[in-house]
Write a protein that binds this ligand. Structure first.
Ligand SMILES: Nc1ncnc2c1ncn2[C@@H]1O[C@H](COP(=O)(O)OP(=O)(O)O)[C@@H](O)[C@H]1O
Ligand SMILES: [Mg+2]
Length: 487
């Protein structure tokens, strides 16, 4: 197979995207229920069949159905009949991943490897606070006290506060208020489960580029329903993966097929109130991964959710229906319709709001970098099941895979020790002889270091405040009783 089949026009012509042009990226858009996830699944399956590994965020778990064959006599089979094609139900090789370790194998990294820029974005820091974060990272490199977990970051920040005068002299001005703001945001990140992302063993990006023994590309699905509730965590995590891919992969030039294709579902989360430097970073990354043989598809409600500089980089456009209920939505439809190359005699603006589920307006990139004129198609349905697999099926697949053994769930008491030795070796420093490390005790930090600012925290802070109220109530009650006794 040398191309990905997208759909069939009313006159029966097939619209397809050559495999070698998948690295020119794409966008799949439309309102909820218009068919985006299903289209994404059909493309993913064909990539896998062609031996291309895929990474996709699975927002509601409904992509997981790709692991098992679809229904032989359901509506999909009927649709294939309408399109004049035979339906062959088929399941595909899948690796399930989950930061929280519940619905897949955990993906972890270290605070040190994530770096100051992405971590600041994850914490929603302002430029001054980001400056403090950068100093914290520089200092930890200089002192060889590498940070694995968010707790380690807290220790470092606390040290910085204690040695603030010295730090200011050596690295530049850092205010106590920036440090305590970072501490506060760390608590919020932890409340969203962000601490689960940090630990050993570190995730090796090459595990996303596996091809099965039958020659089909493995489809890596990131379970993202809980992650979606923490949009900053979600966006930064995916950006980190993309950055790692970019860093690790060699230049590949033009390949017959991509090395990996990356699908960003709910991509608006990535761009919503993203600061300008971040958008520039995404734009650069998307432009440069292309020559490393990586294709990126953004999936979102409207092409206008994607900043213009990024949208320019997306060669293939698949626009599912948008609905016109208000003057505002009508304006959005017009803007969206104008992002696809027009065709004489076809009114994109009028066609977009009246598309049925599974219908789309499509323009694919061609060899000469010119996108094709818009075509209205019925999208080829997937061969796997539409909708989620059962929890049991998912569990069986996870436990049978090699990844569950490579990245075990749960805390490793020796993680910090192993991490530090690895960091030293990576930097060409001899870590010295190995010895039995002391066991790591979770929450050690909170036991020893008081929280500086309790402005926005949860948990222990609330408890402390309740205790305070109880304490003062007892005192007041006592005083009143004494007064009453005297009177
Ligand atoms: N190409 C298609 N062929 C057949 N049915 C489809 C197709 N696309 C969508 N559907 C049907 O529409 C439903 C909703 O589609 P979905 O892809 O989940 O929409 P979205 O991701 O845009 O919310 C699917 O569960 C499926 O039943
Ligand atoms: Mg969807």
């Amino acid at each position: 197979m040398s191309s990905i089949h997208i759909g069939v026009t009313a006159s029966g012509d097939a619209v397809s995207l050559p495999l070698r042009l998948v690295n020119r990226h794409g966008a799949i858009t439309g309102v909820t229920g218009s068919g985006k996830t299903t289209t994404m699944q059909a493309i993913i399956e064909q990539l896998s069949a062609a031996g291309v590994p895929v990474f996709a965020a699975d927002i509601k778990g409904d992509l997981s159905g790709v692991a098992v064959p679809g229904e032989a006599r359901g509506p999909v089979a009927a649709r294939m009949g309408e399109l004049g094609r035979r339906f062959e139900p088929k399941g595909f090789p899948v690796a399930f991943w989950d930061i929280f370790g519940a619905h897949g194998v955990p993906i972890r990294t270290s605070v040190q490897a994530m770096g100051a820029v992405l971590l600041s974005r994850m914490l929603g820091l302002n430029p001054t606070q980001e400056g403090a974060m950068e100093i914290c990272f520089r200092k930890s490199e200089d002192e060889r006290s590498y940070m694995l977990t968010l707790d380690d970051l807290r220790w470092s920040l606390n040290d910085m506060l204690e040695e603030r005068e010295e730090v200011c002299r050596q690295y530049g001005n850092v205010t106590a208020s920036s440090i305590s703001a970072i501490q506060r945001n760390l608590l919020a990140l932890e409340a969203q489960g962000g601490d689960r992302l940090f630990g050993e063993p570190p995730f090796d990006i090459s595990d996303l580029m596996k091809v099965g023994p039958d020659g089909r590309g493995v489809i890596s699905l990131l379970h993202a329903d809980r992650l979606m509730e923490a949009p900053k965590l979600y966006a930064t995590f995916l950006l980190w993966l993309l950055t790692e891919l970019f860093r690790r992969l060699p230049e590949a030039g033009d390949l017959a097929k991509p090395k990996l294709v990356f699908f960003f579902d709910e991509a608006h989360l990535l761009f919503n109130d993203a600061p300008k430097p971040l958008i520039q970073q995404i734009e650069r990354l998307v432009r440069l991964v292309r020559s490393k043989g990586v294709g990126v598809f953004f999936v979102t409600q409207s092409p206008t959710d994607v900043p213009a500089t990024v949208l320019e980089q997306l060669g293939t456009r698949i626009l599912h229906a948008m609905r016109a209920h208000t003057a505002e939505s009508l304006r959005k439809i017009r803007a969206a319709a104008d992002t696809i190359r027009p065709r004489k005699g076809f009114n994109t603006r009028e066609a977009l709001p009246v598309l049925a589920t599974g219908e789309a307006l499509v323009s694919v990139i061609a060899e000469d970098n010119i996108p094709s004129e818009v075509q209205k198609v019925r999208v080829i349905p997937p061969q796997g099941q539409i909708g989620p697999v059962s929890e049991l099926e998912r569990r069986v697949q996870i436990d049978a895979g090699a990844m569950a053994r490579k990245y075990p769930a749960g805390d490793d008491p020796k993680a910090a020790y192993a991490f530090n030795r690895r960091m030293l070796s990576e930097r060409g420093i001899d870590p010295g002889p190995e010895f039995e490390p002391l066991p790591y005790e979770p929450g050690l930090y909170l036991k020893h270091v008081p929280i500086i600012d309790i402005g926005a925290e949860r948990g222990p802070g609330v408890m402390r405040r309740l205790m305070g109220i109880a304490f003062w109530s007892v005192i007041t009650w006592g005083a009143v009783s004494v007064l009453v006794a005297i009177v």
